[in-house]
Design a protein around this ligand. Sequence first.
Ligand code: ATP
Ligand code: MG
Length: 339
Amino acid sequence: MIEGPFLAIETSCDETAAAVIRDREILSSIVASQADIHTRYGGVVPEIAARHHLGTVNVVIAQALDEAGLKMSEMTAFAVTQRPGLIGALLIGVSTAKALAYVHRRPLYCVDHLLGHICASWLAPTLLETPFVSLIASGGHTRLDLVTDLATPTMLGSTIDDAAGEAIDKGARLLGLGYPGGPALEALAAMGDPKAHAFPIGLGGKRIRNFSFAGVKTSLLYVVRAEPDMSDQRRADIAASYQEAIVGPLAARVLDAAREHRVSAVSLGGGVAANGRLRELVTEGAARSGLRVAMPPRDLCTDNAAMIGAAAHFTPRIEWPDYLHTDAVPTAPPGGIAA
Ligand SMILES: Nc1ncnc2c1ncn2[C@@H]1O[C@H](COP(=O)(O)OP(=O)(O)OP(=O)(O)O)[C@@H](O)[C@H]1O
Ligand SMILES: [Mg+2]
């Protein structure tokens, strides 16, 4: 356990975030999203993201301290997302955290972003204890892990092509919705019939732990091309059917993996875990199987720094000033998560 309150920073993609954490408690969590800036390009532009983090990071940190009612000198440690992500974006957070930790003579925790998504379930108010099966479904990743120890999750499966969030964003774009597409697609899908169109389910079949979303995405492209003058109702039906083809396998496979590995709980993490239909399917399926479900509040599913603070508890501590040579790393390590 990290003693006392500490500051966590997250800048791996297009959210600039800072949080003050004490044990499992979030004293403050500030997220400044750049989504409005990237929306005109239909996705995140790495160079613009990095420049924007540079202009925003200090303001976001000041706000996090202010909301926690604490001073920088009261932080007992610093934590930052080191990998994986956009290199320019990561560098802003890593350089900032290194500088703050060095100046205040504090230790630094260099955190893996995906461990952050898993550890969001460890924070109050969710408070999930191991062992459990974790599903991460985000903009860049989709994976299942068996978590017997939060420091070393074991990957059970992952996507063989697109991430679930990527398929959702591309699908939303094909349906004329903005970036990021998740919330807009969910809102449109709520007005449609999920059984209206039979999209292919990637890697269908039992006992499959991997995911595939490239086929369903291409299938949507063909539907949109074939029906350029879709009515509003048809568009909603297609959105609902498309969403179902993505979140259905996510829900089925995390529940199935929990049964196979004889654990009594599952957790959801990553931006797609904010999706109401996914949450509903997992809740219903878990109730039928007698499984507990840990679903962080929606704002802890999408990128935030509180989850990075949570993961810091399960990440090696680097003492002052040994971290000065450490750097941002864009890629994931073999196995997918750095301990
Ligand atoms: N309500 C929602 N329904 C479905 N998808 C959603 C919802 N809210 C957000 N998303 C999706 O979540 C994704 C963003 O998740 P997150 O912020 O965790 O991704 P990321 O940090 O960019 O990727 P990674 O964590 O893999 O590095 C986007 O693809 C977005 O469309
Ligand atoms: Mg993320």
